[in-house]
Design a protein around this ligand. Structure first.
Ligand code: BV8
Length: 249
């Protein structure tokens, strides 16, 4: 049983605009390794932040492409967990709700969340590195690794935002605005160390929102958050939903 303060439920009862921001932790209970988990197998000797960068792709495009192929195969083999589904339900409880994610796995959409703001792109599709030509499907190619663009023959890359690449302008602008306008801001399953995503919670705090962190571990946000619920999101979010349902009945 997770301890959720009654004042927190009260804040949610009166909220008009709620924002939830998620990180890799929300997919952990689906079996997707978090971003900073010890990499398994072949990838044990690489730091994710060293692979998720243009420099790494230029240095060894085959290695980086294979890393994403491995991650994408993993994501395609799992399903959303109770935390993803609880966020779908929670999303319908307030007049305005924004779901913002750093995740590239598409599991929120698979669970049924609409209008998900993907800050760091998606591992589901690819584009060419030089000209950005989008490929409708993930290019499978046995001859070449990475596959090449059918239009300009430059190397294909996953549609994710790498370190030292700018986030999609519309996504980050929408997320920044939502974090400044909301009454309640959830930070769920993120280490809160990657920027500009990590700035959303402090934006919300500075704008007077109630900030609720859900994470089994401490992060740089924990000491600043209004509430910190220590636990896995796949357990905490359904419990929160049940308490709210009880409240609203
Ligand atoms: C940019 C996509 C401008 C690729 C990713 C300000 C200060 C300091 C540094 C910077 C700054 N501004 C910019 C930077 C540089 C950099 C940065 O932030 N570096 C960090 C490392 C210090 N940021 C950038 O480069 C960004 N771009 O600013 O552009 C620019 C333009 C040109 C030139 C220069 C700058 C781009 C950042 C995006 C990078 N791409 N992903 C891919 O996925 O391969 S980031 C990557 O980290 C993932 O997206 C991931 O989502 C994200 C954050 O990680 P988390 O999601 O938090 O995952 P993590 O594993 O860290 O933590 C999991 C958490 O879950 C833990 O807390 C754990 O306790 C918890 N957990 C575990 N189990 C559960 C759980 N929680 C709940 N339930 C559970 N069951």
């Amino acid at each position: 049983m997770v301890s959720i303060p009654s004042e927190l439920i009260e804040s949610l009862r009166h909220a008009k605009h709620v924002v939830a921001t998620t990180g890799a932790g929300v997919s952990a209970e689906s079996g997707v390794p978090t971003f900073r988990d010890a990499q398994t197998g072949l990838w044990a000797k690489y730091e994710p932040t060293e692979l998720a960068a243009p420099r790494a792709f230029h240095k060894d495009p085959k290695l980086v492409w294979e890393w994403y192929q491995w991650r994408r195969d993993k994501v395609l083999s799992v399903h959303p967990n109770p935390g993803h589904y609880a966020l779908v339900e929670l999303g319908s409880r307030w007049p305005k709700f924004d779901l913002i994610t750093q995740n590239v796995d598409g599991l929120h959409q698979q669970a049924g969340s609409q209008n998900v703001i993907e800050l760091h792109g998606s591992i589901m599709t690819a584009r060419c590195f030089d000209r950005g030509h989008q490929s409708e499907f993930w290019p499978e190619s046995s001859e070449q690794c990475p596959p090449v663009c059918e239009i300009c023959a430059s190397l294909m890359r996953p549609n994710v935002v790498w370190f030292n690449e700018s986030l999609p302008k519309r996504a980050i602008d929408e997320a920044m605005r939502a974090s400044r306008e909301c009454d309640v801001f959830f930070s769920i399953g993120t280490s809160s160390i990657v920027y500009p995503a990590a700035a959303l919670a402090t934006n919300a705090l500075e704008s007077g929102a109630v900030v609720i962190e859900i994470n089994p571990n401490e992060t740089p946000l924990t000491s600043m958050a209004t509430y910190s619920i220590v636990g896995p999101s796949g357990i905490v979010l359904p419990e929160l939903l049940a308490k709210l349902a009880g409240e609203f009945r």
